[in-house]
Design a protein around this ligand. Structure first.
Ligand code: FAD
Ligand code: FO1
Length: 449
């Protein structure tokens, strides 16, 4: 496969037989390179093609809020695939158990997977690859520039990564080919139709974190959200994106996390429809440089979710201040229930619990205060990840592990002046935050949700 977006993770015999795309991170039909390239392979072989999703009963800290958002999106995927004469199979259970028997039963000749740098996904892929005797292709359908191409090592910061991205954008920020209606129908389609309502009931997930209703899941809603952002919000993005009272962010992160929209599509649409370069620059910096830097971090650093992943200067500095007195310390449950002395922090925690999406600026403040109020950076990082992944719709994502590592461990940041507890980690104070936006308005708005 000559396409640079795909790499072979397992060689195997070039047999006849249908092709399968094992969908996981990129849960969409439109603009999905993994789906497009698996179809290209099956057209070359003149064989049927099927899409499989392995639904696991638990995934990191996900609960009903996140699973409902994901499953409603997958229902649309199933319907949209059917219009292209492509079957969608939902297999219940861990991939290494449920996928190999399916591939064997249907004499599948090639397997395509979508790229995801998270440890759990790498382990799934390796276990499945070790159990099957067929070529396995991995496609980075999530990033505009495939992670193994944008850089061959962990980048120090956005300023070291940005030039590499800028150089490669011409080659990779290109029009995305359309999926064809598949000319070869899947063999007898004996699998029973998916009972989606029972599916959610079958999961033993935490149902205490309720669904949210301000955002609707799926590809259609994702595209509408992008166009709403382009037509009504992007013109204030550069100037107001850090003001939690201005609703200036795109709200694309839940869709990007579940792969219900392509970042490449979003970037192409913005370049095509937006005139103001400051806003385009500011948004693409986040959507491309920052977001793809997070995948770079999780791909090249096994310790993306613990302090061993922090830069040496930060580990050393935090260690030197480990014994500093902590005037305030809060347990995980006090944090979870917004029971600190800081009304601004409590409001941010409430925003995340109530809406499933804390404002981007507040996430930095929120995580940094957890560092200030924890016995150790390790406990701080663990609690921040736990709460982030339990309540955020966009949680359980490389952006989250990188965002928390930036806030608590100086990842992708530089050393600042030494101070108690933080050492050289950048500090954020409520005072400084009050100068940035109307804190009282934010607190009262969140209290009324
Ligand atoms: P917009 O400002 O509209 O940005 C558009 C897109 O650009 C985002 O969807 C995201 O893909 C990307 N982006 C924006 N800011 C960042 C950033 N700082 N780092 C990486 N990518 C970025 N993002 C998540 O997707 N999931 C998380 O769990 C998550 N946890 C975070 C935790 C902390 C402590 C911090 C500091 C940041 C975290 N972020 C996380 C990054 C960022 O806050 C969110 O991506 C952003 O707020 C999502 O809202 P939006 O899509 O409306 O953002
Ligand atoms: N991916 C899967 O392949 N199967 C799942 O059952 C699954 C559940 C899930 C629940 C919440 C969540 O946030 C993500 C989930 N994912 C699942 C992974 C997701 O598709 C993304 O690949 C990663 O979370 C982002 O790296």
């Amino acid at each position: 496969m000559e396409n640079k977006r795909v790499r072979i993770i397992k060689k195997g015999p070039d047999k006849k037989g249908p092709v399968v795309y094992w969908m996981s991170r990129d849960q969409r039909v439109k603009d999905n390179w993994a789906l497009f390239l698996s179809q290209k392979q099956s057209l070359k072989k003149k064989t049927p093609l099927a899409v499989i999703f392995c639904l696991v009963p638990e995934f990191l800290e996900a609960g009903l809020r996140q699973y409902d958002f994901m499953i409603q999106g997958l229902r649309q995927v199933e319907a949209d695939l059917r219009k292209k004469n492509l079957p969608f199979f939902l297999l219940l259970g861990s991939p290494e158990k449920v996928l190999p028997p399916f591939l064997k039963k249907h004499h599948v000749s090639a397997l395509f997977v979508d790229f995801d740098p998270l440890r759990i996904k790498t382990s799934w892929k390796n276990k499945v690859a070790n159990k099957v005797d067929l070529p396995v292709f991995e496609v980075d359908a999530h990033n505009i520039i495939p992670t193994w191409i944008s850089s061959d090592k962990q980048e120090y910061a956005a300023y070291t990564f940005r030039p590499k991205v800028k150089k490669l954008l011409n080659e990779f920020l290109t029009p995305i080919p359309k999926l064809k209606t598949h000319p070869f129908s899947w063999i007898e389609n004996k699998e029973p139709p998916i009972n989606w309502d029972n599916t959610i009931k079958s999961l033993h997930i935490d149902k205490t974190v309720p669904k949210v209703d301000w955002i609707h899941p799926g590809e259609k809603a994702a595209a509408e959200t992008l166009h709403e952002f382009i037509n009504h919000k992007i013109e204030k993005y550069d100037s107001q994106r850090n003001d939690p009272n201005k609703n200036a962010q795109s709200h694309l992160s839940p869709f990007l996390h579940f792969g219900q929209i392509s970042a490449q599509r979003a970037a192409l649409e913005i370049q095509k429809n937006v005139q103001d370069t400051d806003n385009i620059e500011a948004f693409l910096e986040e959507l491309i440089v920052r977001r793809e830097l997070s995948d770079n971090y999780c791909f090249y650093n096994q310790n993306y979710d613990n302090p061993k992943g922090f830069p040496n200067w930060a580990q050393k500095s935090l260690q030197e201040h480990l014994k500093d007195k902590r005037p305030d310390t809060y347990s995980r449950e006090r944090l979870e229930n917004s029971q600190t002395h800081d009304p601004l922090w409590n409001a941010a925690q409430d925003e995340m619990k109530k809406t499933g999406k804390m404002h981007g600026f507040m996430r930095m403040y929120w995580a940094k205060k957890i560092l200030e109020w924890s016995q150790s950076p390790e406990t701080a990082q663990k609690n921040a990840i736990y709460l982030n992944d339990k309540y955020e719709l966009d949680g359980r994502d490389p952006n989250g592990y990188s965002g928390i590592a930036w806030s608590i461990g100086g990842v992708h940041d530089r050393a600042w002046f030494n101070r108690p507890i933080f050492g050289k980690i950048r500090y954020m104070s409520a005072k400084a935050t009050e100068k940035k936006f109307d804190v009282k308005a934010y607190i009262s708005r969140i209290s009324q949700i």
